[in-house]
Design a binder for this molecule. Structure first.
Ligand SMILES: [Zn+2]
Length: 283
């Protein structure tokens, strides 16, 4: 019997979205890159992050399972879907029926079918609209209106798969600590500006388990093996470290923690160290 945390993942779309988001956050000109995603929605990157903090203060102050990164992934995914619809409405013209069908398949139908969402028989619907147009039952404007309405209907079905895609993308990105560090680093200046210093809070068991599990039970600085630590060691021996310290604009969001041994964590550090992407190889 599987428990609810042992999930089946369908990673196809998550890989694309995760690589798109990590390219933006990891680049030095992240604000320009984000601007390219945000422009159809008239949102400035600066305002976006500022609002991400102010609208999610509870996530900044205490760990929540729906993290600040979930919010970012969800927003970028929705903007991406919105942009697809925007381009479609911009490019559609009545003569090119192949374009319409290919565009809808590529941008909406393939995703829905991949997640087994029941969709209308689009071949039949498009054929009917085309026939009406060719028989002059509808004029060009009406043709475009019907096609756009159908595209809108398909894009709204994407809501049904949004949670899956967001959670799958989060799963991929949560293993990438240099990415998480950069994400929290970007957030830190907005946290300092909007909130100041976030207070330390007690960390829930689910988060401790998750970070120990994700970090292979090893201190992420010296590699000291803390595995089996969950039962044997006390909290004072394994530390959940804020990658961006609270004093420097760090948050209590689950994306800002890594596992350290007590020795590494208690060392006096003058600078904030970006973690490396380390994995435990399978053999
Ligand atoms: Zn250590």
């Amino acid at each position: 019997m599987y428990d609810s945390t042992f999930k089946q993942l369908r990673m196809k779309y998550a890989y694309n979205l995760a690589s798109q988001i990590s390219e933006v956050i990891n680049s030095e000109d992240w604000d320009e890159r984000l601007q390219k995603i945000l422009w159809p929605h008239s949102v400035e990157p600066d305002n976006y992050f500022s609002e991400l903090i102010t609208e999610n203060i509870e996530k900044v102050n205490e760990p929540t399972k729906e993290t600040l990164l979930h919010v970012l992934i969800r927003d970028i995914f929705n903007m991406e879907i919105g942009a697809r619809l925007y381009h479609f409405n911009d490019e559609i013209y009545s003569e090119d029926t192949d374009f319409v069908e290919e565009f809808l398949e590529e941008n909406f139908i393939n995703i829905l079918q991949f997640y087994n969402v029941a969709i209308p028989d689009y071949h039949e619907i498009l054929e009917r609209i085309n026939n009406d147009y060719e028989n002059d039952s509808i004029n060009e404007d009406e043709y475009e209106k019907k096609i756009k309405e159908f595209a809108e209907e398909l894009s709204s079905l994407i809501d049904l798969v949004e949670d899956n895609i967001v959670n799958e993308t989060f799963y991929l990105l949560y293993y990438d600590k240099p990415f998480l560090f950069e994400f929290n680093n970007i957030l830190s200046s907005y946290v300092e500006e909007q909130i100041g210093v976030v207070a330390r809070c007690s960390l829930p068991e689910w988060l401790k388990r998750a970070v120990i599990f994700r970090d292979y039970g090893k201190c992420q600085e010296c590699g000291w093996d803390l595995s089996g630590a969950y039962r044997r060691l006390e909290d004072r021996e394994r530390h959940l470290d804020h990658m961006i310290p609270l004093i420097k604009g760090g948050t209590n969001d689950p994306t800002n923690f890594q596992l350290l041994c007590s020795v590494c964590n208690l060392e006096d550090k003058t600078e904030v160290i970006k973690p490396e992407y380390r994995i435990q190889t399978h053999w």
